[in-house]
Structures are given as structure tokens and as C-alpha cells.
Design a protein around this ligand. Sequence first.
Ligand SMILES: *[C@@H]1O[C@H](CO)[C@@H](O)[C@H](O)[C@H]1NC(C)=O
Ligand SMILES: *[C@@H]1O[C@H](CO)[C@@H](O)[C@H](O)[C@H]1NC(C)=O
Ligand SMILES: *[C@@H]1O[C@H](CO)[C@@H](O)[C@H](O)[C@H]1NC(C)=O
Length: 365
Amino acid sequence: MGFSFKTLLSLFPLVWVMLMQETSGSRHYYNVSNNIKGRKQAKNGCNLFQGKWVLDLSSYPLYNSSQCPFIDSEFDCLKYGRPDKQFLQYSWKPDSCNLPRFDGVNFLGKWKGKKIMFVGDSLSLNMWESLACMVQASVPNSKTTYVRKDPLSFVIFEDYGVTLYMYRTPYLVDIVRETVGAVLNLGSINGGNAWKGMDLLIFNTWHWWTHKGQSQAWDYIRDGSELYEDMDRLVAFNKGLTTWANWVDNNVDPNITKVSFQGISPTHYEGREWNQPNKNCNGELEPLSGPTYPAGAPPAAAVVNKVLGTMKNPVYLLDITTLSQLRKDAHPSTYGGLSGNDCSHWCLPGLPDTWNHLLYAALFM
Ligand SMILES: *[C@@H]1O[C@H](CO)[C@@H](O)[C@H](O)[C@H]1NC(C)=O
Ligand SMILES: *[C@@H]1O[C@H](CO)[C@@H](O)[C@H](O)[C@H]1NC(C)=O
Ligand SMILES: *[C@@H]1O[C@H](CO)[C@@H](O)[C@H](O)[C@H]1NC(C)=O
């Protein structure tokens, strides 16, 4: 993630504004079943996110990475020489139900004519590419249109009119150019103009809130009339996420658009979190067994729960934090096609396929 937003903004301010203002064109609305209220986690009494990882040699992986045109090099671990393959074959087993098989044709039929948008940082990108590969593998001969741009990319499955968008905005709230420089404005969310007219929105943000030094995308933080050089990052996250929650409550018609929040995606740089202080994700070949992560939930997950709990509109929390914490084996580490050791993103095929599989079980059926 050596990508600098400050550089991008200073080089292409006009392009940035144009893309920020880009909205979707013609809109076809279909009635979406409106029964997600009250089942933030449980579906038919089953908590999809409580369970364990089991080896399943027959159903996974869901696609062949060398046949999926949508995978960025940073997630393409097999192409970059990851030698072990077992990480591809773990299946998430909820304690009290079985996941339905992922059926891309069924998905395309049910979501015919609809627009689905992932909004957030590179973990959203990771999940978007995963879903595009999962669906494409089900209809390998179907015509697709594929456009990669920043901030808006998309894949259209033309025979079904299903569009999967990816809108990249690492904080959800805006970075605004002021005379002092790039300002992370905790109360500004003009990017939201590009998220209207969707049938499903899947949001995520957290990782960039922690970034300092070279990878910090702003010079100052604005909270109302106050300008800060820095502030407690969890406090800033809480304020920014609250701005997002208000945006959803004021701009999304829950009868038309479903909303999901992709829970906090964990990193594995600190082996002490799983009682192996000298390790990180590099060289890890297996998930942790059992249902819990020794270090417990990251503090940002509590902020997500708190903010979602205050919302008027129903938001489906795709609560992938714990099940992902168990997957210390699922990161690119040194096989991400970039230099360095990436214990933050996830290989494809891999863990994000399970996130999409769970989203499918919860919302797409
Ligand atoms: C959508 O739902 C509304 C209200 O329940 C109903 O009046 C309308 O006919 C439905 N439209 C379609 C296309 O099913
Ligand atoms: C994946 O696709 C490539 C290229 O088509 C093929 O050579 C390879 O055998 C496939 N791998 C698997 C596991 O099917
Ligand atoms: C959503 O639909 C319900 C039932 O048809 C209706 O009572 C409600 O006013 C609608 N909400 C909005 C925001 O349009």
C-alpha cells in the first residue's frame, strides 16, 4: 500500500473531482426483500459467523486464479509462487447450520438487472475481485465488461445486466484540499453522491485510519471548526463512521437499497496475538483451531458495533472479524507480487471468497 493519495490529489485534482461526482446512469429498481431488519447476524436462528474452519478438499477453491481476469497481482499468491496449497481448501462451518453451496448462476438470476457496489479501501477491493471471480467461474463464457479506474471500477455481467462496482475511498469520509494541505474532514462525505442508485451497498473502512508517516493520506484532521495535526485514531474513526451512518440514514431508502458493513478485517503482523510472539503471517500454513482468537476482538470492531447500533436504517453486519483472525495462513505474505511482507490483505482464491459466500447466504438467496 505504498500508494499516496496526496500525490494523486495534487497531480490530478480535476480528474478526482470529476470521478467523485460521477453517478450511475439509468436506474432500474426491483423490489428487494426487506426482511434484514432484526437479523444483523442470525439467519433462521443460525449465527453464520460462529463456527470453525474445516478442510474441504472437494468444494474449494471456488475458482482457478489463472482463469480469473480480475485478480490484482497483490492478491495473486499462486502466480507469485506461494508453494503451499492447503490454505485454498478450508471451508467455514457455522456451528448451527450448513452454508448453502455458492451458485453463481442462481446469484445472477436473482440479481438480474441490479447494481452492487463495494465502497471502501483495498479490503473492499480484495472482496470485490473475489466476488467477480466466483461469479465468472460459474459462467465462464458469459460476456463481461471490465473497467478499472480510480475511484470507480466495475465488472458487468452483460447477459444478466448485473454490475459489480468498486468505489475506492479509504476513509468513507472525504479528504478535502484546503489551503493548509490535504485535510481528512470527519464531517464531509461528498463521495456519497457516487453511491446512490445501488441495489446493494457493502461498506468497509478501518486500515487507513491507523496509517502514519508516509502512508498517511492527510496533513490535518478537521472536526467541525477545529483543525488538528492528529488525534486518537479510534476517536477519529468513531466520528468518521458516525458521519457515514448519518449519510446512510438520510440518503438510502431501505425499501430500495440493502446495506451491509464488512466487519473489521484483521492483520497478522503480531504473533503474540495468537501466543507465538516471534511470528507473523509469513510461513503460516494453517488456521488457528477452535472458535476464538487469543487476543480477542480489535478495538475498532467495538466502534463498528456501537455506530451500527445507533442507526435508523437496517445494516447487515458481515461480521467476519473473528473468523478472519483465525486465518493467519491466508495472507499473501511475500507472495503478493509486491515487495515486503503483506499480512494485511488476503490471497485470492482465499478468505474473501468465504466473506462473499456468507454474504450470499445472508443477502443474495
Ligand atoms: C414493489 O412493492 C410495492 C409495495 O409492496 C408494490 O406496490 C409494487 O407493485 C412492487 N413492484 C414490483 C415491480 O414488484
Ligand atoms: C488452472 O488453469 C490453468 C490454465 O488454464 C491450468 O493450466 C491449471 O491446470 C488449472 N489449475 C487447476 C488446479 O485446475
Ligand atoms: C417502505 O415500505 C413500507 C411498506 O411498504 C412503507 O410503510 C414505508 O413508508 C417505506 N419506507 C420508505 C422510506 O419509503
